[in-house]
Design a protein around this ligand. Sequence first.
Ligand SMILES: [Fe+2]
Length: 286
Amino acid sequence: MNPTVQSYFDTQTCTATHIVFDAPGGQAAVIDPVLNYEPKSGRTTTKSADQVLAFLATNNLQLQWLLETHAHADHLSGAQYLKEKAGGQIAIGEKITEVQKTFKTLFNLEQEFPVNGTQFDVLFAADAKFSIGRLTAQALYVPGHTPADVAYLIGDAIFVGDTLFMPDVGTARCDFPGGDASQLYHSIQKLLSFPPATRLFLCHDYPPAGREVCTQTTVASQKASNIHVRDGIAEADFVAMRGKRDAGLEMPYLLIPAIQVNIRAGAMPAAESNGVHYLKIPVNGL
Ligand SMILES: [Fe+2]
C-alpha cells in the first residue's frame, strides 16, 4: 500500500513538513514538523504546525507518529507542540544519543540532562520496521550529515531527510559534529538502490533563481542528474567536493536555538524561577 502525502513548506527555514497517511479517517505520521521561531525577539509561533493540525482535522486523521529524520540545525521542531495538541509518539534514530552527548558538552547543559534519548518516545534501531495505520514503514539508517540521520521508507515513498536535495541543489553538508562525507555517500547509494520510480520527499529545498520550490523527486531523476551524486560520480570525488564546499558554508542562522530544542524532542529547557525558558549562546564555542 502506498501513502498519500501532503507537504507544507516553511519559507523562513526552507523546510518541508510531510503528512503521510493511507486514507482520510485513518492514522497519520507527520515528518519533520516546524516550530516557527523569530531570533530577533526570541518568540515562537505555531503557524506551520497549525497548518498541519488543520489538515489532520479536515481529513479526520489520527496522529500516530511524529517522525524526526535527525536533530535539525536549521529549524526548531514542532513535534512537542503537535503531540500536546493531537497526540502521537515522537520518534528519531537511536544514534541521537551521540548527538545529545556532543551538544550537552558544547552547551554545558545541566548535569541531569539525559543523553540516552529518553526525551523521545521511540528510538529506532538501524532499519527498524514499524507501521502507520495500515502502511508499512522502515527507519533506514542514513548517517553522514549527522551520525543519527534516518530516512523513512513508507510504501513507495522515502522521506530522505538531510541526505539528498533536488537534483539541481545536490546533497546535505557533512561538517557538523560527527558528520562524514564518505558515510553520506554510502547512505545516498542505499537510497538510490530503491526502484527508479520510488518517490523521494525532501526535507529542504533551496531553489536556484527561476525555479519554483519543489520537495518531491524520484530515484531515477537523482541518478540521472543530481549535481553531486548522479550515476558515475565516484566516492572520492564526492568526498573532495563536499569537503571543499562545506569549508565555505556559514553556520545555519538558527543552529544555536534549534539544536538546544531539538535534542529535547522539541521541548524548551525547563523554565527558570521566573517562569521564562532560556536558551544559551556558547560565545566562541562553535
Ligand atoms: Fe539538518
